[in-house]
Design a protein around this ligand. Structure first.
Ligand code: UDP
Ligand code: MG
Length: 311
């Protein structure tokens, strides 16, 4: 019988320091323990500005199981994941960060679970966020609580992109061809039986995280807008509340005028109310705009990524 193949998809953006460490760890410590399968590693150079592509190319000349794609510019990790899944040919596909924050030795129990138990996917989540700025942890907590309230798709707190999937699930993810991608949501949305493995947070071996606070904020908005339309309801609900309130206020003023006369006083309060309602209206229009902008980008049908070169 022919051996089954595991494809490992590895997005890389300016990671020249860590790629050799990652490769050596995998080759020396993990792959020998999985001798019943063959491997391919797919490195996606996401428009890096440093020597990332050169290092990957050098490795691929020495090792025939290495494939690489290089994007024409930085398209983001989500696009890199999509490209990698597209190029993967394995019966199983793993997604891994290159900075060794995803413990490579977990691949062994992950593969075991897929072959011996009835799962389509084994995913990982971290139980701690040690080593992360506490403000980031704080906002992450709020984000997960919020999105799980307003979205039907469950987004697991602490879930990593690190996972091993069987082919049918990979095909399902590829069939979700949207441009604004929030993979954590898409993985859940496609369904399938997922086993979760927990591990303690590991810090990056070298280099720096690519996520700024602002970047993460925009990414979380992406998640909310992609997987919930609840914010759109805010406009209608607040609109209705204000309608009821103003109706009551009108009744009160009319009665007051009839009973005591001279009821229409106080332009400062009027200005405050106009500003207040104006603000809420703008806020609601802004929410609408966010959804419209996403729709606009989707209708353009731009490619999710552009490959400059590959092997
Ligand atoms: N990455 C990418 N494109 C980007 C940003 C990041 O391919 O625009 C890759 C990066 O090289 C790494 C993974 O995504 O392999 C996770 O990035 P990082 O470690 O910066 O994120 P964090 O672990 O801090 O969430
Ligand atoms: Mg990292």
């Amino acid at each position: 019988m022919e051996k089954q193949k595991i494809s490992i998809v590895i997005p890389c953006y300016c990671e020249e320091e860590v790629i050799p460490l990652f490769y050596n760890t995998l080759i020396n410590e993990v792959l020998p323990l999985l001798s019943e399968v063959t491997f391919e590693m797919i490195f996606i150079d996401d428009g890096s500005k440093d020597g990332t592509l050169k290092i990957i190319k050098n490795l691929s000349e020495k090792d025939s199981c290495i494939k690489y794609l290089s994007f024409s510019r930085n398209f983001g990790k989500e696009a890199a994941i999509y490209a990698g899944l597209n190029y993967a040919t394995g019966d199983y596909v793993a997604l891994m960060d290159v900075d060794l924050q995803d413990p490579p030795d977990l691949l062994i129990p992950m593969y075991e679970a897929l072959t011996t138990e009835d799962y389509d996917c084994v995913a990982t989540r971290r139980t701690t966020r040690q080593g992360e700025p506490s403000i980031r942890t704080f906002f992450a907590k709020i984000f997960y609580r919020l999105i799980n309230k307003i979205s039907q798709t469950e987004i697991v707190d602490g879930a990593r992109d690190f996972r091993l999937m069987k082919r049918p699930m990979v095909e399902a993810i590829l069939s979700v061809g949207e441009y604004n991608r929030f993979s954590k949501g898409i993985f859940e949305w496609v369904g399938f039986n997922t086993k979760w493995i927990a591990f303690e947070n590991v810090e990056r071996v070298a280099g720096k995280s690519k996520w700024s606070f602002w970047g993460l904020f925009l990414y979380s908005l992406e998640g909310i807008i992609s997987f919930s339309t609840a914010p759109l309801a805010i406009a209608s609900v607040t609109g209705f509340i204000f309608f009821v309130l103003s109706f009551l206020a009108i009744v009160v003023i009319i009665i007051r005028e009839i009973l005591w006369h001279g009821s229409a006083f106080g332009w400062p309060s009027l200005v405050c109310i106009i500003f207040f309602i104006g603000g809420i209206q703008l806020f609601c229009i802004g929410i609408l705009g966010q959804y419209m902008a996403r729709t606009y980008l989707e209708t353009k049908k731009r490619p999710i990524y552009i490959v400059k070169e590959h092997n």
